[in-house]
Write a new protein. Structure first.
Length: 646
């Protein structure tokens, strides 16, 4: 429903209405919520759609869908039966002085279509409650049904229809954690038979079938990825003689065409989800891990950016993008390249020697590119947590991933291709990151002053933050302070119009390099191909829906992030439940509005709510004693005491 409301806010073409949406659109049109002009359905100026915010004293604000649109105040008596989180169509109250206001015309659904509930028992009475709030869920089970299940049994709930869909397991079983985090957003691993049949129908690449593609199979491409990777989006090759970088990207758009069953599922998923023990792919594995994946020693279809660099200015002097066939000669993992760059790994054959030779020279170029980039962009050191679980889905250990020279080399190659892609269009899908608000910057400065930093306001935010990062390094709080700085900033998102990328310091940026795992990149490929072919029909289709796609994909990205983060939180909670009463080293990472800490011990990264403490300050090292754990909500509560000086 929310997707439809977004489309109607921005304008929905008659050509793009699905059969499921047709009845709703006709209904809204009959109620005069919509206008219909030039084959476009759009909300009447008197009406707005949005999500109802927190209800207090019979009033609330409607969080209106759309950019640069003010929220509407819903006054007492105008709420009806609406509750927080409901999807609303509201009628604006025009001519009313003061805050823009409205009254509810219709409740059309829930902001979150699915949720998870479980059975609890209090005083011999069982009830089905929301797993995050412990409040009764809209869906109900009869007394007989409740008694037929076990206390702690977990269910997926359809919030639109208020029905219990399926039993997921029991809250006491660690294996249920994955099902819980996937169910709340209706994520699933399985593909329909129709999608799998189509994905399996494609033939292996036969170069003779693609006479119009540029044949780059003689170039010594290689891939560099994590050791566990199965989907290889990108391959690189550096021609040092001609100072030309080739970034070859899996040509997913050759196989996934608009309107088809694979495309429909890819839009719905929009992102691959990566859990500690496995992935939930955006595309069927027959494509994501095989035919599209740029595996070594086989011919693959690729979409290639060929970029000539001026090594004096470190700018791309000339670039072109085209469809090609490549043959990757080697699949490396990051550790292997780090060993090579450290002089500990030698080439096993002539081909590997050729690749190592150009990687040595390319590393000099990417190092220079990074130095130049960081003069205007930011270098944040927030740690990326890696979690490991056993076959019973229990946490075994955690580590923090480090950015190594091999990571940096690949990153700057990909950034270069993404920048070049963004130069090709004025309207499409940009990856934007707006500057932080002055209010958030002031809060950041106050927090940092509280830990003893001298905040010297420079001429630019960049200069000020660079000085803050210098002080953080001297205090041994580099990653912690960087995390605070990141929190103070706007969230990066997708937009049809460019407004630059503050964090990277780029005037224009997009996502081009990962179409196997991000739908945004697939759309960029389609748009660039349409531009290259001067295909106005394909180009107009992509752009006609670009606002809706940008907004929807941004939401799907947040969902994927939530799934990944909440899964880890559940694993931490189960581990902590086995260690109640034990004490561990931790660091305070928040003091307002609540005191929170993060474990820095044998297990790292677990977040703790501090229930009692001495007077602690931000980033102080403490001893945290685990007091209680709420498995359902995945929350850990601890007391904190000052750590003895070591």
């Amino acid at each position: 429903m929310k997707s439809l409301l977004i489309k109607l806010t921005l304008g929905l073409s008659e050509l793009d209405i699905s059969p499921e949406e047709r009845l709703l659109v006709n209904n809204f049109l009959a109620k005069k919520y919509l206008t219909f002009n030039d084959n476009i359905y759009k909300f009447n100026s008197k009406y707005r759609a949005g999500t109802l915010g927190l209800v207090q004293n019979g009033t609330a604000y409607l969080n209106v869908i759309g950019e640069n649109v003010r929220d509407l105040f819903i006054g007492e008596g105008d709420l009806g039966t609406a509750k927080e989180g409901d999807l609303i169509i509201a009628q604006r109250l025009l001519g009313v002085r003061g805050t823009p206001s409205a009254k509810i015309a219709e409740i059309v659904g829930r902001a979150q279509s699915y949720s998870v509930a479980y059975i609890i028992q209090k005083e011999n009475h069982r009830s089905l409650v929301d797993i995050k709030t412990d409040y009764p869920i809209g869906a109900e089970l009869s007394t007989d049904e409740l008694n037929s299940y076990e206390v702690g049994d977990v269910f997926k709930v359809n919030n639109q229809e208020n029905t219990v869909m399926e039993k997921l397991g029991n809250i006491n079983d660690p294996l249920v954690d994955e099902k819980i985090v996937l169910a709340q957003f209706n994520k699933h691993d399985e593909f329909t038979p129709e999608v799998l049949e189509l994905a399996s129908s494609f033939k292996q690449v036969d170069a003779s079938k693609y006479p119009n593609r540029k044949d780059l199979r003689d170039l010594p491409f290689c891939t560099i990825d994590p050791v566990t990777a199965k989907d290889f989006d990108d391959a690189i090759c550096w021609d040092d003689k001609n100072t030309t970088l080739y970034v070859a990207i899996a040509d997913v758009s050759e196989y996934v065409t608009p309107f088809g069953p694979i495309d429909n599922e890819a839009i719905y998923r929009s992102f691959s989800i990566y859990l500690p023990h496995r992935s939930i792919p955006m595309l069927p594995r027959q494509l994501s891990e095989t035919l599209c994946s740029l595996q070594a020693h086989v011919d693959r279809l690729a979409y290639v950016f060929e970029m000539k660099l001026d090594l004096e200015t470190l700018e791309v002097s000339k670039s072109k993008v085209y469809e090609a066939i490549i043959h990757s000669d080697r699949r490396f993992n990051y550790e292997e390249i780090d060993e090579f760059l450290d002089g500990k790994l030698k080439a096993k054959n002539d081909k590997e020697g050729e690749i190592f030779d150009y990687l040595t020279k390319l590393k000099v170029v990417t190092d220079a590119l990074k130095i130049k980039r960081l003069k205007v962009g930011y270098d944040f050191r927030s740690n990326e947590l890696e979690m490991f679980i056993d076959e019973n889905s229990n946490l075994t250990h955690t580590t923090y991933a480090e950015e190594t020279p091999s990571h940096a080399l690949i990153e700057d190659c990909m950034l270069l291709a993404n920048k070049e892609a963004a130069k090709q269009f004025e309207r499409g899908i940009f990856r934007i990151h707006e500057p932080p608000s002055q209010a958030k910057i002031q809060i950041l400065y106050q927090e940092l002053a509280g830990i003893g930093m001298q905040i010297d306001i420079k001429e630019t935010i960049k200069e000020t933050i660079t000085d803050i990062q210098r002080q953080a390094r001297e205090m041994g709080l580099e990653s912690e302070v960087d995390t605070l700085i990141i929190r103070s900033q706007m969230q990066a998102r997708y937009s049809p119009l460019n407004s630059g990328h503050f964090g990277l310091g780029f005037d224009a940026y997009t996502h081009f390099t990962s179409p196997i795992r991000r739908y945004s990149d697939l759309i960029v490929h389609r748009l660039l191909k349409a531009i290259g072919r001067n295909d106005t029909i394909e180009g107009s289709y992509v752009l006609r829906n670009i606002e809706v796609l940008s907004m929807t994909i941004s939401e799907k990205e947040r969902e994927a992030d939530t799934v990944e983060n909440e899964f880890m939180a559940r694993k931490f909670a189960r581990w902590a439940n086995e260690h109640i009463g034990e004490s561990f080293k931790a660091r305070i990472n928040a003091t307002d509005p609540e005191v929170k800490a993060e474990l820095h011990d044998e297990i790292m990264g677990a977040r703790l709510g501090i229930t009692s403490h001495e007077n602690v300050v931000l980033f102080e090292d403490v001893i945290a004693k685990i007091e209680t754990v709420d498995i359902a909500k995945a929350r850990i509560f601890a007391s904190a005491a000052k750590r003895d000086e070591e």
